[in-house]
Design a protein around this ligand. Structure first.
Ligand code: 13P
Ligand code: SF4
Length: 302
């Protein structure tokens, strides 16, 4: 393994590349990455790095987002088949139908979506800024795509808005049931329950804290509790345990695993750096159209 890491370090220097990784990738990838974070952090950081090449260790919508925000940079995805099923769970034609049906409507697009869906939207959000951004919009009607669970979580906190829900979901988070959570709470009665808002409403109702991946990590660090039940992708446990060696973290059995994120390996990082290809590329008009809601997200997040 050390040999592979040394090779990656040498290739990074040679190609003037940085490695960015989401908290859901394998531990060894998080360990070697220059930047590790949640979806918002990765989008924002991509606009600030000065390297010519970004190796995005995550699923395809993350690579596309980095490219959309940095058209002049080379963005490499170590495995082009690393995809997020939820990113496709909305429909451009349906967006047009909703726009015709409702006048005062904003199409709010979770960044976990394809460039095509972003291009038809008014603003993008991530799980860490969705509440702030949606509450700042002047529109009364909000068509929130693609995630129904995140939409319901935000809608509950904004009774002044009328939400139109889409039926997309993240299978990794949606698979967890309230019965599983109740059993975990019974087993670890002193533990604080932390859940990601992509989880079902009845699961979120059992949580003490609901937040994005970074929100969960920050909450565990600040909390005076010593035990936590973590309801999100198991990759987050690496950062939680590293930052809090005296605290205990439990999760579902089997743990929640995103197979797309786990496609990123040391070997495919080496290959993508060695095979000097152009990386992610998309139609320029599409890239331009998708950039507007992404940039609006960055402006409204401040
Ligand atoms: P965040 O990174 O916003 O927590 O989203 C989680 C996720 O599912 C990323 O794919
Ligand atoms: Fe998509 Fe869910 Fe995997 Fe995130 S965890 S990339 S939303 S499938």
């Amino acid at each position: 393994m050390n040999e592979k890491i040394n090779k990656i370090e040498a290739l990074k220097k040679e190609k003037n590349a940085v490695i960015m990784a989401h908290y859901y990738v394998a531990d060894e990838i998080q360990q070697l990455a220059d930047y590790v974070g949640d979806s918002y952090y990765l989008s924002e950081t991509a606009t600030k790095v000065t390297a010519d090449t970004i190796v995005l260790c995550g699923v395809s919508f993350m690579g596309e987002s980095a490219k959309i925000l940095n058209p002049e940079k080379r963005v490499l995805l170590p495995d082009m088949t690393a995809d997020c099923p939820m990113a496709h769970m909305a429909d451009a034609d349906k967006i047009q139908t909703i726009r015709q049906k409702y006048d005062d409507v904003a199409v709010v697009c979770y960044v976990n979506s394809t460039a095509e869906l972003k291009a038809c939207s008014d603003v993008c959000v991530t799980s860490s800024n969705a509440l702030k951004i949606v509450s700042s919009l002047p529109n009364r009607n909000i068509y929130f795509i693609p995630d129904t669970n995140l939409a319901h979580f935000i809608a509950e906190q904004l009774p002044e808005k009328d939400f139109i829900f889409n039926d997309g979901f993240c299978h990794v988070h949606h698979n967890v049931t309230k019965e599983e959570v109740s059993a975990l709470k019974k087993r670890y009665p002193a533990a604080i329950v932390m859940a990601h808002p992509e989880s079902r409403p009845e699961v979120l109702a059992l949580a003490d804290y609901v937040g994005s991946t970074s929100g969960i990590i920050n909450h565990a660090a600040k909390s005076g509790s010593s035990q936590f039940i973590v309801l999100t992708e198991a990759g987050v446990l690496y950062e939680l345990r590293k930052n809090n060696p005296d605290k205990e973290f439990f999760t579902t059995e089997p743990p929640q695993i995103c197979s797309g994120m786990k496609k990123i390996t040391l070997d495919n990082i080496i290959s993508v750096l060695e095979n000097d290809n152009e990386g992610i590329s998309m139609d320029k008009a599409l890239e331009e159209a998708a950039r507007k809601p992404m940039e609006r997200m960055l402006e409204l997040s401040i």
